[in-house]
Design a protein around this ligand. Structure first.
Ligand SMILES: [Zn+2]
Length: 149
């Protein structure tokens, strides 16, 4: 199965889930909190449809294909880097570039920041934990550790 089949529109809009999903009050924050589990070891969480078996990320309570109920399941911790980009913020001499990549984990393509070795397409990656935000109140999030060749 090609991983793009299970996630035909990766990108920021995909994080919003299917139109009309999870409109009940209070549902959205719970969804955001359940995208991963810090561990150790840290692991991404996806939804597996009880009816058609489709895996989707983030783990919405209803399948984006057939609208049946889903179960939250962990994805494999090892993935393959599909593509990546470096985002340069501000003027020269400012912050180091932010490197983001899409990686495939068990048939699901997920966007995340990259750490570790310099990335290349097809690189093996492992789900890791990173911190971001201001020094006084950093937030924990997942990242993809690029394994050395
Ligand atoms: Zn389904």
């Amino acid at each position: 199965m090609r991983s793009s089949d299970s996630n035909p529109a990766p990108g920021p809009s995909g994080a919003l889930g299917p139109a009309g999903a999870a409109r009940t009050a209070g549902a959205a924050p719970a969804e955001l909190a359940d995208r991963w589990r810090p561990g150790p070891p840290p692991v991404l969480l996806a939804a597996r449809c009880r009816a058609c078996g489709r895996l989707s990320f983030p783990p919405w309570p209803q399948c984006p294909s057939c609208w049946q109920q889903t179960d939250t399941v962990p994805l494999p911790r090892q993935g393959t880097l599909y593509t990546f980009t470096a985002i340069h913020v501000g003027q020269s001499g400012g912050e180091p570039p932010r490197v983001l990549g899409y990686a495939d984990f068990g048939g699901v393509r997920v966007l995340g920041p990259l750490t570790g070795a310099p990335p290349w397409i097809g690189a093996p990656v492992t789900v890791a934990e990173a911190t971001s935000g201001p020094a006084g109140s950093p937030s924990r999030r997942y990242a993809f550790q690029v394994d050395s060749p």
